[in-house]
Write a protein that binds this ligand. Structure first.
Ligand SMILES: [Zn+2]
Length: 248
């Protein structure tokens, strides 16, 4: 809340400190849910200019709250109190209208289509303070800072296996990949694994794709959609940590 209350109208918008440029995309509407998530994307375009054009094109009907350039420029396209159109048909931990519940951040990146590569440091260094400010302001749990592939596993693979989740986790801004895995295997069969995967947050309508998305995020070294021992152990550990209150 602004100290100025109603009188704050007309003052510079809050949260402008980290924003280098503002371009208003017409592709937004009203939020129907409080903000409780951050969804990270890549643009999968060769050029940031084209990406901005597309994210502001009324015909394309897509947008994001923010776009971060390769050099770290932060562009706000949709104010945070508005619902940007970045997630499409999506699901996470019971939420079906992910656009209403999330802040969408696009990273200027060629994606898998135009030569998949590491995310530039300058871009990551601009992402950290932005996500940090957002999670503090809206009290967003770390488990709700996710990739597009986590919320739309059947359709999307961005930001992909090279996105540095562990580096983001070092700042306390998302869950880290579990390092130590407990012994024991609680899943009697694939059905119980899928139920647990759904409890963790994923849409399991397409089981194979859901496992692929899980692997992309939590074990990027091997993405094949198969439920193997390591994948089971990682999911078990993530749920244990959450149930014990180690993660939120
Ligand atoms: Zn995306």
């Amino acid at each position: 809340m602004s100290d100025f209350g109603e009188l704050g109208a007309g003052l510079p918008e809050a949260n402008d400190e980290l924003v280098d440029r503002k371009i208003l995309s017409p592709n937004h509407d009203e939020r129907k849910l409080p903000i409780s998530m951050v969804v990270i994307h890549y643009t999968e375009m060769e050029d940031k200019g084209f990406a901005i054009e597309r994210l502001c094109d009324p015909e394309a009907k897509v947008s994001a709250n923010y776009l971060i350039g390769k050099g770290g420029e932060v562009v706000r396209l949709v104010p945070e109190d508005k619902r940007a159109w970045h997630a499409g048909v999506s699901y996470w931990r019971g939420i079906k209208d992910v656009n209403s519940a999330s802040i969408g951040i696009e990273l200027d990146h060629p994606g898998h289509k135009y030569g998949y590569c590491e995310f530039p440091d300058a871009q990551f260094e601009a992402l950290v303070p932005l996500v940090s400010r957002i999670v503090k302001q809206y009290d967003i749990p770390r488990a709700n800072v996710v990739g597009h592939s986590d919320v739309a596993p059947a359709r999307k693979i961005d930001p992909g296996e090279l996105f540095p989740w562990d580096r983001l986790a070092e700042y306390g801004l998302c869950l880290p990949r579990p390092k130590k895995l407990e012994r024991g295997d609680p899943f009697d069969n694939d059905a119980s694994f899928y139920l647990a995967l759904e409890r963790f947050g994923y849409d399991i309508t397409d089981g194979h794709k859901a496992v692929e998305a899980f692997q992309r995020r939590w074990r990027p070294e091997k993405i094949n959609g198969e439920i193997d021992g390591e994948v089971r152990a990682i999911l078990f550990q993530l749920l244990l940590d959450r149930d014990r209150g180690h993660t939120r």
